[in-house]
Design a protein around this ligand. Structure first.
Ligand code: GLN
Length: 487
């Protein structure tokens, strides 16, 4: 971070540079954290990215790092790095609302594994970040605590559901942040705010301590200002965790090393279905320029087909809502957060607590999911969706037998205006077309900035990789980033 408080849109210094400065004694972690809190105080009222600040514990951690540095002790990989956490992840000593009224006042007594790993790596955790309620949404307008504004243009949405996480990095209110992605919630806001956002392979990062939306789809991943920073944070988050039975045993690769490997010789698939109707021409042009840049660096481009892409939205909105309806059953006013004051008996306590606590979108999802799972409709909807989900996954698997990575737009448009789609849930759902496929298939992906529209709105290029193909997608993304930086 620069010494004086800079303009709203500012790129954080790289993790490597900050770590080196802290280790050399040129920057104190405590000063760095104070600087970030000063920026947050100044700019958060406009952006609404942070819902809660954890200054006391952050300063304690920063002081610990400074003490280590002054003794010349070796510093862990994120020592002193200021990081923000999406409010769907638990963090000891901080509230966790998941953007919902129903969890107002809930103080989780434990750290999610992702947060615990950041702490162990020396990160200074600044606070909790705004998001759509229970991560349901694509614009952050579904938060019970007000929308987040896009730092690039305050009249526009930052994307969602991890809008606070993306906006915080774009405005340098954190060096990196944690987000979650169930159907696009890391990649799409990264694209809208002009930052890097990574969807790790399902099982790569523990979900322990993540307030569940759709458990077979939910993933935790990083946002950062550069591909290398994102790679360094993912290396800390990734790895097996005894507390999450779906977390993978596979060893974690050196993702940062992949970002400096040249892309020459990589086979890149360009799926026809991601460049069809509905794709904004300016987004298309920016993504095609990114593809040309990869070709110029020696990638071999191959046109591919992912023929079942058109079914991904209905499949996603059946599977995700079905799982959500089950996961959200636990919010009944008994153990967590909001309990209705007007209840007269047990049944009305359940009903009124949920009625008062959940927002409109969450209720819509619970209704849709309950319907899809109900006895007479289960085969027609839920079972059918699972079958098509399998086909989508196999289609990707077949594609990855021929290519090392797939490149496509992250979203069909750049950031839209606040309120533009909020009355039309279907239009909002349809905009997830390019992101829900990877979510259903369990594969990894990321969004990397790739130019802008004529009005200066960022465009994200999506790179998809096979299961545990994170190194390949970081390598490709770094190639795009180098081209964008003119390197
Ligand atoms: N926009 C999608 C939805 O509303 C994805 C959300 C997410 O990934 N958490 O479900």
């Amino acid at each position: 971070m620069s010494e004086s408080v800079g303009p709203l849109l500012q790129k954080p210094q790289s993790i490597r540079a900050l770590r080196a400065a802290i280790a050399a004694g040129n920057t104190r972690a405590t000063d760095l954290a104070e600087g970030y809190y000063a920026r947050i105080e100044r700019f958060n009222p406009q952006i609404n990215a942070y819902l809660a600040l954890t200054r006391e514990q952050a300063m304690e951690q920063a002081a610990k790092v400074d003490a280590q540095a002054s003794q010349g002790d070796p510093l862990p990989s994120l020592a002193g790095i200021p990081i923000g956490v999406k409010d769907v992840l638990t963090m000891r000593g901080a509230p966790a609302t998941a953007g919902s009224r129903i969890l107002e006042g809930y103080l989780p007594p434990y750290d999610s594994t992702a947060v615990q790993r950041l702490r162990a790596a020396g990160a200074v955790l600044l606070g909790k970040l705004n998001c759509d309620e229970f991560a349901m949404g694509s614009s952050n307008e579904n938060s019970a605590y007000g929308p987040v504004r896009n730092p690039v243009d305050l009249e526009r949405v930052p994307g969602g559901s991890s809008g606070g996480s993306a906006a915080a990095v774009a405005a340098d209110l954190a060096v990196a942040t944690l987000g979650t992605d169930t159907g696009g919630s890391i990649r799409q806001p990264a694209s809208f705010c002009g930052v890097v956002g990574v969807l790790p392979t399902y099982g790569r990062v523990s979900r322990y301590g993540l307030i569940a939306f759709a458990s077979s789809l939910d993933r935790v991943g990083p946002f950062a200002a550069s591909v290398q920073d994102a790679a360094e944070v993912l290396a800390v988050l990734a790895g097996h965790d005894l507390l999450d039975a779906t977390s993978a045993m596979r060893p974690v690769e050196d993702y940062a090393a992949a970002t400096v490997q040249e892309v020459k010789g990589l086979r890149i698939g360009i799926p026809e279905e991601y460049f069809g109707e509905g794709l904004d021409p300016e987004v298309r042009a920016a993504v095609e320029a990114g593809i040309d840049a990869l070709r110029a660096q020696g990638c071999e481009m191959r046109r591919i087909r992912l023929k079942h892409t058109q079914y991904a939205i209905p499949v996603y909105y059946l599977v995700a809502t079905a799982e959500a309806s089950a996961n959200l059953a636990r919010f009944d006013g008994v153990r967590f957060g909001h309990r209705s004051k007007s209840a007269t008996n047990l049944a009305s306590m359940y009903r009124l607590s949920r009625e008062e606590g959940f927002g409109a979108e969450v209720k819509r999802r619970i209704l849709l999911g309950t319907y899809a799972l109900s006895a007479g409709y289960y085969d027609a909807y839920y079972r059918k969706a699972q079958q098509v989900r399998r086909i989508l996954a196999e289609e990707f698997q077949a594609a990855f037998a021929e290519v090392d990575a797939i490149v496509a737009p992250t979203a069909p448009t750049a950031a839209f205006r606040l309120g533009e789609k909020s009355d039309d849930p279907l239009a909002m759902y349809l905009a997830d077309i390019y992101t829900v496929t990877a979510s259903l298939a369990g594969i990894c992906g990321l969004s990397v900035p790739c130019g802008a529209t004529s009005t200066g709105l960022p465009v994200g290029l999506q790179v998809l990789g096979p299961h545990f193909g994170e190194s390949a997608i970081f390598r490709v993304a770094a190639g795009v980033e180098r081209a964008m930086n003119g390197a």
